[in-house]
Design a protein. Sequence first.
Length: 273
Amino acid sequence: MTDATITPGGGLTNRVSFLTDIATVARRAVRSVAREPEFVIPALIIPVFFFVVNTGALESFVETQAPSGSSVGLDYRAFQLPVAIIFAVTGISRASVLVIDIQSGYLDRMLVTPIRRSTLLFGLMVADIVMALGLALFVVAMGLGFGVWFDTGVLGLLVFLLLAIAWSVAYSGIPYTVALRTGNPAAVNSSFLIFFPFAFLTPSYLPRELMGGWLETVAAWNPVTYLMEGMRTLLFVGWDGLAILKGAAAIVGLAIVTFYIAFRSLGRRVATG
């Protein structure tokens, strides 16, 4: 191991240093989560509210009126669980901490250290993963309490959680971009509103085969649609590889866009101070 660290180019040393920088930022960000429950509690209330209201108001009607063979008629609670988990994990980030660091001058002090600039965001995203995992487990536990189970078993449950966490991290580039561009906590808190059109212009209440008109067209272009459908497959359809792949592709596509604008915003912040 010692010999490897002194090979030409110092590749291994650079990788270790990179991970060390991420860990340094991540430790501080994770500790801040426990000190700020006011940022987590709303993320627990919103999915519970939508799940209880949607299933309570629509479950009996939809399951009795849905055409024979329609997936929504099988188990409306399972149909709604991906909606709840997407609401829980979307917009969860440590962007609020980043804003405080900008306003207090802590970020400027970090920038004069040898720490790699990209790890300032990657470290925060580690804390985002921790928060998203906790919220996703809460929502899944709620679903299990309501009698929802996964036709794909425990492995399907793990893939379900992985999709939810990956989506959360992919979306986090948006609040980080807002934080870096504005340094305004109100703007960061409002960044979640960007998600609402994407959330409701989807098959969140009915499957796409029961939709029509312009809403069906918009849903077909909405990446959240494919995430929902991939997650629902794991619950009551089975291992539909194409649906899961489309959901993963939607996450990757979002991550490419949001990470690009977030790290570009970080570069601009570093350059301008």
